[in-house]
Write a protein that binds this ligand. Structure first.
Ligand code: ATP
Ligand code: ZN
Length: 226
C-alpha cells in the first residue's frame, strides 16, 4: 500500500449506472486511454492516469488495499464501508474528495403501502431487509430502535412480498421500483450521489502532483456543468 508510484490509478464502475458518466467526466478532464483486450485495465495516454474497471462494491476495498489511488463510487457504498470499518475499530482509509453531481439517489426506509405510517417507533421489532446493514444498524441505534436487520445483496424490494422482511432500507431514485412492489418511502437515511473517493492523507510521491492536476481539471469541468 505504501509503494512509491508515478502513475495514478482510478477505479470506476465497469458498467451499471455510474460507468458511462464516470468515463465521460474523466474524458472531459482531458484523459484518454489505450484499452487492454480484457477491458479491465485502461492505460492512460495523455496523462499517467490509468483506469481500472470494476464492480462498484469492490472500489472501497481496492482503495483500502492501495491497489487503486482514487475511485468514483456512490456515497452510499463508501459510507457503508466506512461504517463497517468504524464498527470494527479500523481506521478510515478513503475520504470523499468531491461530490460529482450524477448518480443521485437516497437510502430510504420503505414500508408496505397499506401501513399507516406513524414514525420510526413503528419499526420496533420489525425485520428490515437491506444491502446496507451497517448504515441501517447505526441509524437504528441512533433512534434507539430494536429491529432485526436482514442482509440481502440484491432484490431487496421484493423481500416483504416474499415474507422475508416487514420493511426495507434501499436505494431510491424515482420511487418506481418501490411502487411496483407496493412499498412507500417514509424516511431518508442518506442522500447519495457519485463521489470521488481518495486517500485520507495526501500522497508524497509523483501522484501528489498528478492528483492536483486532476482535481483542478475536475473542478473546472464541474463549474462549467452548473
Ligand atoms: P455492479 O455490477 O458494479 O455491482 P450494481 O448493480 O451494484 O453494479 P448500480 O445499480 O449500477 O450498481 O448502482 C450503482 C450506484 O448508482 C449505486 O451504488 C448508487 O450510488 C447509484 N444509484 C442511483 N440511483 C440508483 C437507484 N435507483 N438504485 C440503485 N442505485 C442507484
Ligand atoms: Zn454493486
Amino acid at each position: 500500500a505504501n509503494a512509491v508510484r508515478d502513475r495514478l490509478r482510478i477505479a470506476i464502475q465497469k458498467s451499471g449506472r455510474l460507468g458511462d458518466p464516470s468515463r465521460a467526466l474523466l474524458t472531459a478532464c482531458g484523459l484518454d486511454w489505450r484499452e487492454s483486450r480484457d477491458r479491465l485495465f485502461c492505460y492512460g495516454e495523455t496523462l499517467p492516469v490509468d483506469l481500472l474497471l470494476v464492480r462498484d462494491d469492490d472500489i472501497p476495498g481496492l482503495l483500502a488495499d492501495g491497489v487503486c489511488d482514487l475511485g468514483i463510487v456512490g456515497r452510499n457504498v463508501l459510507a457503508e464501508q466506512a461504517a463497517e470499518r468504524a464498527q470494527a475499530g479500523a481506521p478510515a482509509v478513503a475520504a470523499e474528495l468531491r461530490a460529482l453531481g450524477f448518480g443521485g439517489c437516497r437510502l430510504d426506509i420503505a414500508v408496505p403501502e397499506d401501513w399507516d405510517w406513524q414514525g420510526p417507533e413503528q419499526l420496533r421489532g420489525c425485520r428490515i431487509a437491506s444491502s446496507y446493514p451497517q448504515l441501517l444498524r447505526r441509524w437504528l441505534a441512533g433512534e434507539g430502535i430494536d429491529a432485526e436487520v436482514v442482509m440481502l445483496s440484491g432484490s431487496v424490494e421484493i423481500a416483504p412480498r416474499l415474507g422475508q422482511a416487514d420493511a426495507v432500507c434501499d436505494l431510491v431514485s424515482s420511487g418506481a421500483t418501490l411502487a411496483a412492489n407496493q412499498l412507500k418511502p417514509v424516511l431518508t437515511l442518506l442522500r447519495s450521489e457519485a463521489v470521488l473517493a481518495g486517500p485520507v492523507r495526501p500522497f508524497t510521491d509523483a501522484r501528489a502532483a498528478l492528483m492536483q492536476t486532476l482535481l483542478r481539471r475536475m473542478d473546472g469541468v464541474m463549474r462549467l456543468r452548473h
